[in-house]
Design a binder for this molecule. Structure first.
Ligand code: NAP
Length: 248
């Protein structure tokens, strides 16, 4: 069976590492991005330059009609997907809970939670044996924040990742007998641009002394875990989480 993957937010950071590794492992790769077309185009060029097949589509995952368009375009180009990495995620500048307003909280939940639900829904409609699909595998990109809570920085983000973990557990049981596995990866402090969007580009360096392995992680180290969970090597693994956090 041809392996076809969608990596949401695949233009940068962890998503880009997942897309590149998936291509290396023989997947036809679709990545989505929200605004950074240049970064997404670079990932596509890198995959095609190595003889792979890749497509980038602009789609804000928090927008239901954009998600439906994304999957329809993917169907047209590649056929039914067999793997999804729900990676698109964001955070806002660091602040305490007592400073947060509803606009911020709802925007964050719309991307990190609603967006992941919508993409999972579209994937299940294509993968599930209930819908005549061949099965498939989903990985949700959670965070160690779901467990640690991110006090003083972004408890809203941590709560969104805890919700994503509940999606992983619930959906994994819902579709376990329909040839779909659903798992999560919880990265720790990984070197990407996301920390700059939280207002502290040097956050990984500041906190790396709190990591038992005493360093931040590389996006590729996260991608390897995600791709393993998607693979047949993980054929009896569902509703599980891999912590990729150097022990933190
Ligand atoms: P990043 O470098 O900031 O990249 C985020 C990606 O998500 C970008 O491609 C961005 O698109 C896309 N994106 C954001 N909002 C979107 C939306 N509404 N619709 C569609 N795409 C959207 O982040 P990262 O560090 O690689 O993070 C990737 C995932 O890992 C996230 O879910 C994050 O929460 C999780 N994570 C990261 C860390 C870490 O330390 N880096 C730790 C734990 C978990 P554009 O390129 O168009 O902006």
């Amino acid at each position: 069976m041809e392996k076809i993957i969608l990596v949401t937010g695949g233009g940068r950071g962890i998503g880009a590492a997942c897309a590149l590794l998936a291509a290396e492992q023989g997947y036809a790769v679709c990545i989505s991005y929200r605004t950074n077309e240049a970064a997404a185009t670079e990932v596509i060029a890198a995959i095609e330059g190595r003889g792979g097949t890749a497509l980038a589509i602009q789609a804000d995952v928090s927008d239901e009609s954009a998600v439906e368009r994304l999957f329809a375009q993917m169907d047209k180009r590649f056929g039914r997907l067999t793997a999804l990495i729900n990676n698109a995620g964001m955070l806002f500048p660091q602040m305490r809970v007592e400073q947060m307003d509803a606009v911020r909280i709802n925007r964050l939940l719309a991307t990190n939670v609603t967006g992941s639900f919508l993409c999972a829904r579209e994937a299940v409609r294509r993968m599930s044996t209930r819908h005549g699909g061949p099965g498939g595998s989903i990985v949700n990109m959670s965070s160690r924040a779901a467990v640690l809570g991110s006090p003083g920085e972004y408890v809203d983000y941590a709560a969104s990742k805890a919700a994503l973990d509940a999606l992983t557990i619930g959906l994994s049981k819902e579709v376990a007998n329909e040839k779909i596995r659903v798992n999560g990866v919880r990265p720790g402090l990984i070197h990407t641009d996301i920390h700059a969007s939280g207002g502290e580009p040097g956050r990984v360096s500041r906190l790396q002394a709190t990591v038992p392995m005493a360093r931040g992680g590389d996006p590729l180290e996260v991608a390897r875990a995600a791709l393993w969970l998607l693979s047949d090597e993980a054929s009896y693994t569902t509703g599980s989480f891999i912590e990729v956090s150097g022990g933190r």
